[in-house]
Design a protein around this ligand. Structure first.
Ligand code: ATP
Ligand code: MG
Length: 751
């Protein structure tokens, strides 16, 4: 690279890369696909490529677009780039398709026919908006749930279909109904100056239909790079195509074996057909895995080979062979969780590991509950990624709704949320009357309220007028400072004025403390947001945009000294020394919803492959003989995936099923768990039987203090039973006595 800018820096960027990785990073130009299996360095190559373009090819950082799958991944990539090329690296456009779309739409709001201050509706906001649409159309939400209608609309949007197209393609009355609902929903969002998540993907593509804009953005994004390309959908493909079609500097990395978002519209053909779509494309394959031991990799390779719809590639590694993958057979989900806890504890105490070395993966969010209880009783710190997200909590959404209204007065969803928070005695009937006036006048609800409060239009009862005036006053006083005051101060002023803490206490004393802690946490997030030196736009609008695009995985704190619990989907791209995959049972994983068709089954198998390949040193696969699901107790057959792992990579152990349960188990496939291979019955080392396990965890005793998520702190008065029948009698504040089953109660022992 002599003679080019920064060749010393360039050399540094290329160090620690193997020859094909280097080839990709130094690629001369034109479309390039890095197609490679898990842990082969795709993300590393992508990051280095960005740095290389800046340092060695003199590309202006602000004209590079690097799209990643989560905001967190984008943040890490930015940090890495900055560490390689310095501060200039900060102006690289990194982000998810959604965040890049939102940014672009703010810039081009006028062209897109929207106001720059648009709100971003999350899924719950969209459901609220749709519920109102259904009510106005006289459609019963029982007959057609807003959630299912929204999924269909979302799919249509991501397939770039308008309501008009849906109406044209309609095959029956239901399709026509969906098309009508879609039209009204679109209108409702327009009126509120709101975009939903899908709009953030679809509208930018629509914008680029305009040739002038398309040319503008292909100049702005002179180099386009995409991680996890296998999970792009039609709309994202279209966006990439539009911005790169002139210069063709499209650099994508992905693994067809890790495509796991078909259900969200991800289109595997985007990666499989890359060479067809770009006949001059160069394809680089990476075959060396740097992440995992030989055993783990062997197991992963053997499983994914069972899929037919793939390009086919093998990974090898120079890493140590390592220990075999452990397959554990537990009696039920409680025993499974206990086994995980026990192994984590052994790792902590005997191997000197730290909690963040461990991840526990599961197919469905519901599975986290038992694991959480067990970790709590066992006093091992954990963090759950996903489930109810921080920004979806009621109190957090309340506070954000006030801010949303400040920025976008047309946001009726936000208004309805907080008009009576705290209680202002504005009745349902009054609200509907106001809505009728607003609809007739074609104005927003807030505008109407403002006019009524000012005594204009139809006269209303003085009491109602005063209450509405109070509400408008809160917003108006805050609005004065909008442009000049940090978001955290504006929020604090609002909270004080509406006495929000008192409202939480009045509403439910038992949860008030926890909820107020969440509000404080939100204020901290605002503070941090304002503190970032490269964030001159730390305004309310910018903060709202940031939080509305946070994804599950963005809550993940790698530094936290805690074991991570997350779904397999959320684990994409990450790596952990010790990985547990739980619930490997037919119907759960592979999931019953996907198991009937071959395509669905292959996707489940890819998900399993994603799971195993997160492990660096140790992988443990667990399944239960019976599991409580949907309120019942179900006998379970081991997952077929367990039989697909070549026996040479596996060691099987049983936690010892009670005889009657084993006798009840039916139809385990030939070669399934326990057939032919050694079973260590109730073995004495790390994996004693469940009965013994329960004795190991901190046993609650009378006099101990505990915390219950709903009832708050209390003191244990009496203990009876053992294991899963352990019952506690607890005296909570105010003398309230409760008797709970410990295993279900989500208790935290305070000592
Ligand atoms: P996934 O498919 O799971 O997203 P990936 O292909 O993106 O994986 P990376 O996460 O980039 O892989 O790399 C996996 C691990 O291997 C990382 O810890 C990375 O630092 C390391 N690694 C990658 N390439 C090399 C190399 N040439 N030398 C040493 N370590 C490497
Ligand atoms: Mg990666």
């Amino acid at each position: 690279m002599s003679g080019q800018p920064g060749s010393a820096a360039a050399e540094q960027i290329l160090t620690g890369l193997n020859p094909p990785q280097r080839e990709a990073v130094e690629h001369e130009g034109g479309p390039l696909l890095v197609l490679a299996g898990a842990g082969s360095g795709k993300t590393r190559v992508l990051t280095r490529r960005v740095a290389f373009l800046i340092a060695a090819r003199g590309v202006y950082p602000g004209s590079i677009l690097a799209v990643t799958f989560t905001n967190k991944a984008a943040g890490e990539m930015r940090e890495r780039i900055v560490s390689l090329v310095g501060e200039a690296g900060k102006s690289v456009w990194t982000g998810t398709f959604h965040s890049v779309g939102a940014r672009l739409l703010r810039i081009e709001a006028a062209r897109a026919g929207i106001s720059r201050d648009f709100s971003i509706f999350d899924r719950a906001d969209s459901v609220s908006a749709l519920k109102r649409v259904l009510a106005a159309m006289g459609i019963s939400p029982k007959e057609h749930t807003p959630e299912s209608l929204l999924s269909i609309i979302s799919r249509a949007k991501n397939g770039m279909k308008s309501p008009e197209t849906l109406a044209e393609e309609a095959q029956g009355p239901y399709d026509r109904l969906v098309a009508r609902v879609f039209t009204e929903y679109r209108q409702a969002l327009r009126e509120q100056n709101a975009l939903d998540f899908d709009d953030l993907l679809v509208l930018p593509v629509r914008l680029l239909d305009d040739e002038e804009l398309r040319e503008k953005y292909s100049r702005i994004f002179s180099h386009v790079l995409v991680d996890e390309y296998q999970d792009t959908n039609r709309c994202q493909y279209e966006f990439l195509h539009q911005v790169s079609r002139d210069h063709r500097q499209l650099f994508v990395v992905g693994d067809d074996d890790q495509s796991i978002y078909r259900w969200r519209g991800a289109d595997l053909s985007n990666i499989l057909d890359f060479e067809r779509d770009h006949p001059d494309a160069q394809v680089v394959r990476l075959e060396q895995n740097y992440r995992s031991t030989g055993m783990i990799l062997g197991a992963a390779n053997s499983v994914i080979r069972c899929n037919v719809g793939r390009k086919g590639k093998e990974l090898w590694t120079d890493n140590a062979e390592g220990e075999r993958i452990l397959v554990l057979d537990a009696s039920d989900e409680q025993a499974e969780a206990m086994a995980v806890l026990k192994m984590v504890k052994a790792g902590l105490e005997e191997e000197g590991r730290t909690p963040k070395d461990f991840v526990v993966l599961y197919r469905t969010n519901a599975q986290s509950r038992v694991l959480e209880n067990t970790f709590q009783l066992g006093r091992v710190a954990y963090q759950v990624v996903g489930g109810q997200r921080f920004y979806e909590r009621r109190e957090v959404k309340d506070v954000l709704a006030y801010l949303r209204l400040l920025v976008n007065p047309n946001d009726d969803v936000a208004l309805r949320r907080v008009l009576n928070v705290p209680a202002r005695g504005i009745g349902k009937k009054s609200l509907e009357d106001l809505q009728t006036v607003a609809s007739a006048a074609g104005s927003s609800l807030l505008d109407t309220i403002r006019r009524v409060a000012a005594g204009e239009g139809e006269p209303v009862r003085p009491a109602l007028r005063a209450r509405l005036g109070e509400f408008v006053g809160v917003l108006d006083r805050a609005a004065i400072h909008l442009a000049t005051t940090p978001v955290v101060e504006i929020t604090e002023a609002i909270l004080e004025e509406i006495r929000y803490q008192g409202h939480l206490e009045k509403e439910d004393e038992r949860t008030a403390i926890a909820r107020w802690e969440n509000v404080s946490e939100l204020l901290t997030a605002m503070q941090e947001f304002g503190d970032l030196p490269d964030r001159p736009d730390a305004s309310v609008a910018a903060f709202l945009q940031e939080v509305s695009l946070a994804t599950d995985i963005d809550d993940f704190d790698e530094q936290a000294g805690a074991v991570t619990l997350m779904t397999l989907h959320n684990a994409k791209g990450l790596e952990f020394p010790c990985t547990f995959i739980t619930g490997l049972e037919e119907g759960l994983f592979p999931h019953a919803n996907s198991a009937h068709d071959e395509g669905g089954l292959e996707e489940e198998r890819r998900l399993f492959y994603v799971g195993i390949t997160r492990a660096q040193e140790r992988a443990v696969l667990l399944h239960a003989g019976a599991r409580r699901r949907y309120g019942g107790f179900h006998l379970c057959r081991p997952s077929r995936f367990l039989d697909e792992v070549e026996p040479e990579f596996v060691e099987r152990r049983s936690l010892g099923l009670p005889d009657h349960r084993r006798a009840m188990r039916t139809g385990a496939p030939a070669g399934g768990s326990g057939s032919g291979r050694s079973r260590v019955e109730g073995s004495a080392d790390y994996f004693p039987s469940y009965e013994d396990e329960t004795q190991e965890v901190a046993r609650p005793e009378p006099g101990m203090r505990i915390r219950h998520p709903g009832w708050g702190e209390g003191v244990i008065e009496a203990v009876e039973g053992r294991g899963e029948n352990l019952k506690l009698t607890i005296r909570f504040r105010g003398g309230v006595m409760k008797k709970v089953l410990a295993i279900y109660a989500n208790l935290e022992l305070l000592g």
